[in-house]
Design a binder for this molecule. Structure first.
Ligand code: MN
Length: 249
């Protein structure tokens, strides 16, 4: 088993080190991660400049790009052998509901969709690293279990872990994505030279966070696993669109 590990918090992030440590004696692991924090990068590729991989003293490869760049290069020539799966994280902060659109953590796993094994994205519901050992243990268990998992091609698992020690985790729930309310307005700032700018606000609260959702599971103390697919076609819109189309041309 060969695993490509990446993240969006950056190559020096504690969650990346914890994930690598948890998987290092289970599989052959390669780590390629952004040199800077690229949280919020989504599935973006860098197309306006070359990417320069740099091998660090700990063996991790640092890249001046996005999480998607890291995995893309990892699957397309940067590594001597193609990995079987991508494991991303452990992100410090939730990736629930609408977050999967913006998340570089989830994007890294999605970029692994062409591989034989099911790729996984791991996020801990905290900005603090205190419960990373628990999250890393859960990640190890799920990656091991992935070996006996047979899902349709291009399925990715989005895993969110409550900010709790292991003996307080109540179990694992399969969930659907909930939805967030709109974020608050950006915060306006002015730099010392008088130039105005904006900080994007934190994500909105759960708006659709009832039973069955990822939000609900983690709030109840369960690890949430949401299977994701690439196909975002909205089948329910076909019927109304069909009627509407008849009058267009
Ligand atoms: Mn992040």
């Amino acid at each position: 088993m060969r695993i490509l590990i990446s993240n969006d918090d950056g190559v020096t992030a504690p969650g990346l080190a914890a994930l690598h440590a948890a998987l290092a004696d289970y599989a052959e692991c390669a780590v390629i991660a952004p040199e800077q924090d690229k949280s919020g990068a989504g599935s973006s590729l860098t197309l306006d400049r070359p990417l320069h991989p740099q091998r660090l003293a700990n063996g991790f490869i640092s890249l001046n790009g996005t999480p998607t760049d890291c995995v893309h290069l990892g699957l397309n020539g940067l590594l001597e052998q193609t990995p079987d799966m991508v494991v991303s994280g452990i992100n410090l902060g939730a990736n629930l509901g609408d977050d999967v659109l913006y998340s570089g953590t989830v994007a890294a796993a999605l970029e692994g969709r062409f591989l034989g094994g099911t790729s996984l994205a791991f996020s801990l519901l905290s900005r603090q690293p205190d419960n990373l050992p628990c999250a890393a243990y859960i990640a190890r268990r799920l990656v091991e279990a992935q070996a006996r998992l047979s899902l349709p091609a291009r399925t990715v698992l989005n895993v969110n872990i409550p900010n709790l020690p292991l003996d307080h985790i109540r179990g694992i729930r399969l969930t659907r994505l909930g939805h967030r309310a709109r974020a608050a307005a950006p915060t306006k700032v002015v730099n010392p030279r008088g130039k105005e700018g904006y900080w994007i606000a934190v994500a909105g609260d759960a708006e659709d966070g009832g039973p069955g959702t990822d939000f609900h599971a983690v709030m109840q103390g369960y690890v949430s696993i949401t299977p994701l697919q690439l196909d975002r076609t909205f089948s329910d819109a076909f019927e109304p669109l069909q009627g509407w189309l008849e009058g267009v041309l």
